[in-house]
Design a protein around this ligand. Structure first.
Ligand code: CUA
Length: 407
Protein backbone atom coordinates (compact mmCIF):
# COMPACT_ATOMS: atom_id res chain seq x y z
CA UNK A 1 0.00 0.00 0.00
CA UNK A 2 2.65 2.48 1.10
CA UNK A 3 4.91 1.35 -1.70
CA UNK A 4 2.27 2.00 -4.33
CA UNK A 5 1.59 5.50 -2.95
CA UNK A 6 5.29 6.25 -3.04
CA UNK A 7 5.51 4.90 -6.56
CA UNK A 8 2.69 7.08 -7.87
CA UNK A 9 4.17 10.12 -6.12
CA UNK A 10 7.50 9.40 -7.76
CA UNK A 11 5.84 9.18 -11.18
CA UNK A 12 4.01 12.47 -10.60
CA UNK A 13 7.26 14.11 -9.52
CA UNK A 14 9.04 12.82 -12.60
CA UNK A 15 6.33 14.23 -14.88
CA UNK A 16 6.60 17.65 -13.26
CA UNK A 17 10.40 17.66 -13.35
CA UNK A 18 10.42 16.67 -17.03
CA UNK A 19 7.88 19.36 -17.76
CA UNK A 20 9.94 22.00 -16.00
CA UNK A 21 13.05 20.82 -17.81
CA UNK A 22 11.23 21.43 -21.08
CA UNK A 23 10.37 24.94 -19.96
CA UNK A 24 13.96 25.69 -19.10
CA UNK A 25 15.04 24.39 -22.49
CA UNK A 26 13.07 27.08 -24.27
CA UNK A 27 15.24 29.95 -25.40
CA UNK A 28 15.26 32.62 -22.73
CA UNK A 29 12.83 35.32 -23.69
CA UNK A 30 14.09 38.86 -23.62
CA UNK A 31 12.52 41.09 -21.00
CA UNK A 32 9.02 42.17 -21.87
CA UNK A 33 9.45 45.52 -20.20
CA UNK A 34 11.34 46.94 -23.15
CA UNK A 35 9.31 48.84 -25.69
CA UNK A 36 9.02 47.08 -29.05
CA UNK A 37 12.57 47.12 -30.39
CA UNK A 38 12.80 47.23 -34.17
CA UNK A 39 15.65 44.73 -34.21
CA UNK A 40 15.34 42.03 -36.86
CA UNK A 41 15.28 38.47 -35.60
CA UNK A 42 18.88 37.38 -35.80
CA UNK A 43 17.97 33.73 -35.23
CA UNK A 44 15.93 33.36 -38.38
CA UNK A 45 18.18 32.44 -41.31
CA UNK A 46 15.42 33.45 -43.72
CA UNK A 47 15.58 37.00 -42.47
CA UNK A 48 18.63 38.86 -43.63
CA UNK A 49 18.92 42.12 -41.78
CA UNK A 50 16.85 44.04 -44.25
CA UNK A 51 17.23 47.80 -44.21
CA UNK A 52 14.22 49.91 -43.56
CA UNK A 53 12.13 49.80 -46.71
CA UNK A 54 11.90 52.87 -48.87
CA UNK A 55 8.66 54.77 -48.60
CA UNK A 56 6.02 52.13 -49.18
CA UNK A 57 4.00 52.38 -52.38
CA UNK A 58 0.55 53.36 -51.28
CA UNK A 59 -1.94 50.89 -52.65
CA UNK A 60 -5.24 52.24 -53.80
CA UNK A 61 -5.61 55.03 -56.32
CA UNK A 62 -2.07 55.11 -57.73
CA UNK A 63 -2.05 51.38 -58.32
CA UNK A 64 -5.22 51.48 -60.34
CA UNK A 65 -3.39 53.74 -62.73
CA UNK A 66 -0.29 51.57 -62.59
CA UNK A 67 -2.35 48.51 -63.43
CA UNK A 68 -3.95 50.28 -66.35
CA UNK A 69 -0.61 51.56 -67.59
CA UNK A 70 0.98 48.13 -67.50
CA UNK A 71 -1.68 45.74 -68.73
CA UNK A 72 0.78 43.01 -69.73
CA UNK A 73 1.87 42.24 -66.15
CA UNK A 74 0.24 39.99 -63.59
CA UNK A 75 -2.17 37.20 -64.35
CA UNK A 76 -3.12 38.24 -67.85
CA UNK A 77 -0.58 36.38 -70.05
CA UNK A 78 -0.80 32.97 -68.37
CA UNK A 79 -4.31 32.10 -69.48
CA UNK A 80 -4.24 28.43 -70.55
CA UNK A 81 -1.50 26.61 -68.59
CA UNK A 82 -2.14 25.98 -64.88
CA UNK A 83 -1.92 29.35 -63.24
CA UNK A 84 1.38 30.26 -61.64
CA UNK A 85 0.83 31.07 -58.00
CA UNK A 86 1.79 34.49 -56.75
CA UNK A 87 4.86 34.67 -54.52
CA UNK A 88 2.79 35.51 -51.46
CA UNK A 89 0.64 32.42 -52.05
CA UNK A 90 3.75 30.25 -52.36
CA UNK A 91 5.06 31.85 -49.20
CA UNK A 92 1.86 30.85 -47.38
CA UNK A 93 2.39 27.24 -48.48
CA UNK A 94 5.83 27.03 -46.89
CA UNK A 95 6.36 24.82 -43.86
CA UNK A 96 5.65 26.22 -40.46
CA UNK A 97 8.59 28.08 -38.98
CA UNK A 98 8.05 26.40 -35.60
CA UNK A 99 6.40 23.18 -34.66
CA UNK A 100 4.55 22.92 -31.41
CA UNK A 101 5.49 20.46 -28.70
CA UNK A 102 4.26 19.98 -25.16
CA UNK A 103 5.01 23.66 -24.56
CA UNK A 104 3.93 26.61 -26.64
CA UNK A 105 6.27 27.37 -29.57
CA UNK A 106 8.91 30.11 -29.13
CA UNK A 107 7.40 33.54 -29.01
CA UNK A 108 7.28 35.83 -32.05
CA UNK A 109 5.68 38.96 -30.65
CA UNK A 110 6.55 41.55 -28.03
CA UNK A 111 3.67 40.76 -25.69
CA UNK A 112 4.33 37.02 -25.66
CA UNK A 113 7.32 37.27 -23.33
CA UNK A 114 5.32 38.83 -20.52
CA UNK A 115 2.75 36.05 -20.48
CA UNK A 116 5.46 33.39 -20.77
CA UNK A 117 7.36 34.78 -17.78
CA UNK A 118 4.20 34.89 -15.72
CA UNK A 119 3.15 31.39 -16.75
CA UNK A 120 6.51 29.87 -15.91
CA UNK A 121 6.73 31.79 -12.62
CA UNK A 122 3.30 30.53 -11.50
CA UNK A 123 4.06 27.00 -12.64
CA UNK A 124 7.45 26.95 -10.89
CA UNK A 125 5.94 28.25 -7.65
CA UNK A 126 3.15 25.68 -7.81
CA UNK A 127 5.68 22.92 -8.38
CA UNK A 128 7.85 24.16 -5.50
CA UNK A 129 4.98 24.24 -3.01
CA UNK A 130 3.62 20.95 -4.28
CA UNK A 131 6.88 19.20 -3.45
CA UNK A 132 7.48 21.12 -0.22
CA UNK A 133 4.02 20.40 1.18
CA UNK A 134 3.82 16.80 -0.03
CA UNK A 135 7.30 16.14 1.36
CA UNK A 136 6.38 17.64 4.74
CA UNK A 137 3.14 15.64 4.90
CA UNK A 138 4.92 12.37 4.15
CA UNK A 139 7.69 13.11 6.64
CA UNK A 140 5.28 14.06 9.46
CA UNK A 141 2.99 11.08 8.83
CA UNK A 142 5.90 8.72 9.26
CA UNK A 143 7.56 10.61 12.11
CA UNK A 144 4.45 10.87 14.28
CA UNK A 145 2.61 7.71 13.25
CA UNK A 146 0.75 5.78 15.92
CA UNK A 147 2.72 2.89 17.35
CA UNK A 148 2.73 0.92 20.60
CA UNK A 149 4.20 2.93 23.41
CA UNK A 150 4.10 6.22 21.53
CA UNK A 151 2.14 8.99 23.21
CA UNK A 152 0.41 11.70 21.13
CA UNK A 153 2.02 15.09 21.68
CA UNK A 154 -0.08 18.19 22.37
CA UNK A 155 -0.23 20.46 19.31
CA UNK A 156 0.84 24.10 19.55
CA UNK A 157 -2.14 26.41 20.04
CA UNK A 158 -0.74 29.52 18.46
CA UNK A 159 2.39 31.12 17.01
CA UNK A 160 2.35 34.82 16.15
CA UNK A 161 5.65 34.70 14.30
CA UNK A 162 4.50 31.82 12.10
CA UNK A 163 1.12 33.36 11.31
CA UNK A 164 2.60 36.73 10.42
CA UNK A 165 5.19 35.07 8.17
CA UNK A 166 2.68 32.96 6.29
CA UNK A 167 0.45 35.96 5.79
CA UNK A 168 3.06 38.45 4.64
CA UNK A 169 5.08 36.26 2.25
CA UNK A 170 2.09 35.01 0.20
CA UNK A 171 0.70 38.55 0.13
CA UNK A 172 3.93 39.86 -1.36
CA UNK A 173 3.97 37.03 -3.93
CA UNK A 174 0.35 37.73 -4.92
CA UNK A 175 0.96 41.48 -5.26
CA UNK A 176 4.03 40.89 -7.45
CA UNK A 177 2.12 38.45 -9.65
CA UNK A 178 -0.78 40.88 -9.92
CA UNK A 179 1.39 43.88 -10.84
CA UNK A 180 3.36 41.92 -13.41
CA UNK A 181 0.20 40.31 -14.81
CA UNK A 182 -1.64 43.62 -14.95
CA UNK A 183 1.22 45.27 -16.85
CA UNK A 184 1.39 42.40 -19.36
CA UNK A 185 -2.38 42.49 -19.74
CA UNK A 186 -2.32 46.22 -20.45
CA UNK A 187 0.40 45.64 -23.06
CA UNK A 188 -1.82 43.06 -24.73
CA UNK A 189 -5.05 45.03 -24.68
CA UNK A 190 -4.03 48.68 -25.14
CA UNK A 191 -3.79 48.98 -28.91
CA UNK A 192 -1.07 51.39 -30.02
CA UNK A 193 -1.38 53.67 -33.01
CA UNK A 194 -1.15 51.66 -36.24
CA UNK A 195 -0.72 52.67 -39.88
CA UNK A 196 -3.95 52.33 -41.87
CA UNK A 197 -2.14 49.74 -44.02
CA UNK A 198 -1.66 47.61 -40.89
CA UNK A 199 -5.33 47.57 -39.93
CA UNK A 200 -6.87 44.36 -41.19
CA UNK A 201 -10.55 43.40 -41.17
CA UNK A 202 -11.11 39.82 -40.03
CA UNK A 203 -14.29 37.88 -40.77
CA UNK A 204 -14.88 34.54 -39.09
CA UNK A 205 -17.58 32.15 -40.20
CA UNK A 206 -18.38 28.47 -39.94
CA UNK A 207 -15.65 27.32 -40.68
CA UNK A 208 -13.17 29.61 -42.28
CA UNK A 209 -11.35 32.91 -41.87
CA UNK A 210 -11.04 35.77 -44.27
CA UNK A 211 -8.84 38.82 -44.00
CA UNK A 212 -9.52 42.05 -45.86
CA UNK A 213 -6.60 44.36 -46.39
CA UNK A 214 -6.23 48.07 -46.84
CA UNK A 215 -6.25 47.65 -50.62
CA UNK A 216 -9.61 45.83 -50.61
CA UNK A 217 -8.08 42.44 -51.36
CA UNK A 218 -9.38 39.47 -49.37
CA UNK A 219 -7.34 36.43 -48.52
CA UNK A 220 -7.78 33.36 -46.35
CA UNK A 221 -4.24 33.78 -45.02
CA UNK A 222 -3.25 36.58 -42.65
CA UNK A 223 -0.35 38.59 -44.08
CA UNK A 224 1.40 41.01 -41.72
CA UNK A 225 4.64 43.01 -41.71
CA UNK A 226 7.44 42.33 -39.23
CA UNK A 227 8.39 44.92 -36.59
CA UNK A 228 5.28 47.04 -36.90
CA UNK A 229 2.13 47.01 -34.78
CA UNK A 230 -0.80 45.32 -36.53
CA UNK A 231 -4.42 45.90 -35.54
CA UNK A 232 -7.25 43.49 -36.30
CA UNK A 233 -10.88 44.53 -36.52
CA UNK A 234 -12.85 41.34 -36.16
CA UNK A 235 -16.43 40.16 -36.54
CA UNK A 236 -18.30 36.92 -37.13
CA UNK A 237 -21.03 36.12 -39.65
CA UNK A 238 -22.67 33.46 -37.52
CA UNK A 239 -21.59 32.19 -34.11
CA UNK A 240 -18.85 32.82 -31.57
CA UNK A 241 -15.35 32.13 -32.77
CA UNK A 242 -12.01 33.00 -31.25
CA UNK A 243 -8.81 34.21 -32.89
CA UNK A 244 -5.60 32.63 -31.61
CA UNK A 245 -2.01 32.71 -32.85
CA UNK A 246 0.13 30.64 -30.47
CA UNK A 247 3.47 32.28 -31.35
CA UNK A 248 1.97 35.70 -30.59
CA UNK A 249 0.22 34.42 -27.42
CA UNK A 250 -2.66 36.60 -28.53
CA UNK A 251 -6.25 35.43 -28.30
CA UNK A 252 -9.51 37.32 -28.74
CA UNK A 253 -13.13 36.29 -29.16
CA UNK A 254 -14.83 37.05 -32.48
CA UNK A 255 -18.53 37.79 -32.08
CA UNK A 256 -21.50 38.13 -34.39
CA UNK A 257 -23.12 41.57 -34.68
CA UNK A 258 -20.29 43.41 -33.03
CA UNK A 259 -16.62 44.20 -33.52
CA UNK A 260 -13.76 43.10 -31.33
CA UNK A 261 -10.19 44.31 -31.65
CA UNK A 262 -6.81 42.88 -31.02
CA UNK A 263 -3.24 43.73 -31.91
CA UNK A 264 0.27 42.30 -31.96
CA UNK A 265 3.79 43.33 -32.86
CA UNK A 266 5.42 40.47 -34.79
CA UNK A 267 9.17 40.19 -34.18
CA UNK A 268 10.19 37.25 -36.38
CA UNK A 269 9.39 36.72 -40.07
CA UNK A 270 7.94 33.30 -40.77
CA UNK A 271 4.84 31.18 -41.31
CA UNK A 272 2.80 30.38 -38.21
CA UNK A 273 -0.41 28.68 -37.15
CA UNK A 274 -3.68 30.50 -36.60
CA UNK A 275 -6.58 28.74 -34.91
CA UNK A 276 -10.17 29.16 -33.89
CA UNK A 277 -10.25 28.39 -30.17
CA UNK A 278 -13.96 28.62 -29.46
CA UNK A 279 -15.94 25.46 -30.10
CA UNK A 280 -18.16 26.57 -32.97
CA UNK A 281 -19.72 23.42 -34.40
CA UNK A 282 -19.01 20.41 -36.59
CA UNK A 283 -15.81 21.57 -38.26
CA UNK A 284 -14.39 23.76 -35.49
CA UNK A 285 -11.22 21.68 -35.55
CA UNK A 286 -10.70 22.51 -39.24
CA UNK A 287 -11.09 26.25 -38.73
CA UNK A 288 -7.42 27.04 -38.98
CA UNK A 289 -5.15 28.93 -41.33
CA UNK A 290 -1.74 30.59 -41.37
CA UNK A 291 -0.12 33.89 -40.52
CA UNK A 292 2.68 35.01 -42.81
CA UNK A 293 4.94 37.54 -41.11
CA UNK A 294 6.68 39.24 -44.03
CA UNK A 295 10.21 40.58 -43.96
CA UNK A 296 10.62 44.32 -44.06
CA UNK A 297 9.21 45.70 -47.31
CA UNK A 298 7.46 42.51 -48.46
CA UNK A 299 4.12 43.38 -46.89
CA UNK A 300 3.94 46.57 -48.95
CA UNK A 301 4.86 44.55 -52.03
CA UNK A 302 2.07 42.10 -51.19
CA UNK A 303 -0.46 44.92 -50.86
CA UNK A 304 0.50 46.50 -54.17
CA UNK A 305 0.78 43.28 -56.21
CA UNK A 306 -2.28 41.50 -54.82
CA UNK A 307 -4.32 44.57 -55.68
CA UNK A 308 -3.04 44.45 -59.23
CA UNK A 309 -3.63 40.70 -59.52
CA UNK A 310 -7.19 40.96 -58.21
CA UNK A 311 -8.14 43.60 -60.75
CA UNK A 312 -6.78 41.56 -63.63
CA UNK A 313 -9.00 38.52 -63.16
CA UNK A 314 -12.59 37.87 -64.13
CA UNK A 315 -14.87 34.99 -65.10
CA UNK A 316 -13.89 31.49 -64.05
CA UNK A 317 -10.53 32.62 -62.63
CA UNK A 318 -12.27 35.15 -60.43
CA UNK A 319 -14.69 32.40 -59.37
CA UNK A 320 -11.73 30.26 -58.33
CA UNK A 321 -10.24 33.19 -56.42
CA UNK A 322 -13.54 33.73 -54.59
CA UNK A 323 -13.83 29.99 -53.95
CA UNK A 324 -10.38 29.82 -52.36
CA UNK A 325 -10.20 33.15 -50.60
CA UNK A 326 -13.71 33.81 -49.39
CA UNK A 327 -14.38 30.60 -47.58
CA UNK A 328 -16.47 28.55 -50.09
CA UNK A 329 -13.68 25.96 -49.93
CA UNK A 330 -14.60 25.17 -46.33
CA UNK A 331 -17.92 23.58 -47.30
CA UNK A 332 -17.93 22.88 -51.06
CA UNK A 333 -15.61 20.63 -53.06
CA UNK A 334 -14.71 20.78 -56.75
CA UNK A 335 -14.54 17.00 -57.19
CA UNK A 336 -18.12 15.86 -56.63
CA UNK A 337 -17.78 14.92 -52.97
CA UNK A 338 -20.51 16.48 -50.81
CA UNK A 339 -19.10 18.17 -47.69
CA UNK A 340 -21.06 20.53 -45.43
CA UNK A 341 -22.68 21.75 -48.63
CA UNK A 342 -23.11 20.18 -52.07
CA UNK A 343 -20.10 19.93 -54.38
CA UNK A 344 -19.66 22.44 -57.19
CA UNK A 345 -19.07 19.58 -59.61
CA UNK A 346 -21.59 17.59 -61.54
CA UNK A 347 -24.85 19.49 -61.01
CA UNK A 348 -24.71 22.23 -63.62
CA UNK A 349 -27.67 22.07 -66.02
CA UNK A 350 -29.32 19.18 -64.15
CA UNK A 351 -32.58 19.16 -62.21
CA UNK A 352 -32.00 19.27 -58.47
CA UNK A 353 -34.42 18.39 -55.72
CA UNK A 354 -35.22 21.02 -53.12
CA UNK A 355 -35.98 20.55 -49.44
CA UNK A 356 -39.66 21.34 -50.04
CA UNK A 357 -39.96 18.46 -52.52
CA UNK A 358 -40.03 20.47 -55.75
CA UNK A 359 -37.34 20.38 -58.43
CA UNK A 360 -35.52 23.24 -60.06
CA UNK A 361 -33.10 23.65 -62.94
CA UNK A 362 -29.54 24.16 -61.65
CA UNK A 363 -28.60 27.16 -63.76
CA UNK A 364 -27.21 30.68 -63.34
CA UNK A 365 -30.43 31.89 -61.74
CA UNK A 366 -30.38 29.06 -59.22
CA UNK A 367 -26.73 29.68 -58.28
CA UNK A 368 -27.38 33.39 -57.92
CA UNK A 369 -30.32 32.74 -55.58
CA UNK A 370 -28.31 30.18 -53.61
CA UNK A 371 -25.57 32.78 -52.99
CA UNK A 372 -27.73 35.84 -52.32
CA UNK A 373 -30.45 34.12 -50.32
CA UNK A 374 -28.95 30.81 -49.18
CA UNK A 375 -32.02 29.18 -47.59
CA UNK A 376 -34.58 30.24 -50.22
CA UNK A 377 -34.08 27.11 -52.34
CA UNK A 378 -32.23 24.85 -49.92
CA UNK A 379 -31.45 21.29 -50.92
CA UNK A 380 -32.26 18.32 -48.66
CA UNK A 381 -29.53 16.61 -46.70
CA UNK A 382 -27.46 19.72 -45.99
CA UNK A 383 -27.51 21.80 -42.79
CA UNK A 384 -28.56 25.47 -43.12
CA UNK A 385 -24.96 26.60 -42.70
CA UNK A 386 -24.47 28.75 -45.80
CA UNK A 387 -23.89 32.38 -44.74
CA UNK A 388 -24.88 35.47 -46.68
CA UNK A 389 -21.49 36.22 -48.18
CA UNK A 390 -21.99 39.69 -49.64
CA UNK A 391 -20.26 38.80 -52.93
CA UNK A 392 -20.39 41.43 -55.66
CA UNK A 393 -22.28 40.70 -58.90
CA UNK A 394 -18.95 40.33 -60.69
CA UNK A 395 -17.83 37.79 -58.12
CA UNK A 396 -21.11 35.88 -58.34
CA UNK A 397 -20.71 35.73 -62.13
CA UNK A 398 -17.25 34.33 -61.54
CA UNK A 399 -18.58 31.60 -59.27
CA UNK A 400 -21.27 30.75 -61.84
CA UNK A 401 -18.57 30.44 -64.53
CA UNK A 402 -16.53 28.21 -62.21
CA UNK A 403 -19.47 25.88 -61.51
CA UNK A 404 -20.39 25.82 -65.20
CA UNK A 405 -16.85 24.67 -66.02
CA UNK A 406 -17.23 21.70 -63.66
CA UNK A 407 -20.36 20.10 -65.07
CU1 CUA B 1 -14.76 28.88 -35.21
CU2 CUA B 1 -14.23 27.21 -33.63
Amino acid sequence: MKASVQKSLAVLGLVLVLGLGGAAAQPAAPSAEQPPAPAPAATDPAAPAAPTPPAAPTPGEPDTKAAAAAPATGAAPAAEPPKEKAWWEKKAEEKYTYHGNYWLPPSASTTADGSDTLFIAVLAMSAFFFFAITGAVIYLVIRYRHRPGHKAEPSAAHSDALEITWTIIPTIICVLLFVYGWRSYMDMTAIPETRPENQIAVTARKWSWSFRYYNGVEDNVLHVPVNQPVKLIMTSQDVLHSFFVPVFRQKMDVLPRRYTYTWFYPTKPGVYRLYCTEYCGTDHSLMKTKVVVHQAGDYEKFLAESFQAKNNVSGKDLGMLVYEKKGCIGCHTLDGRPLIGPSFKGTWDTDVKLADGSTVKFDATYVHTAIVSPQAQARPGFPPSMPVTGLSEKEIDGVIELIKSLK
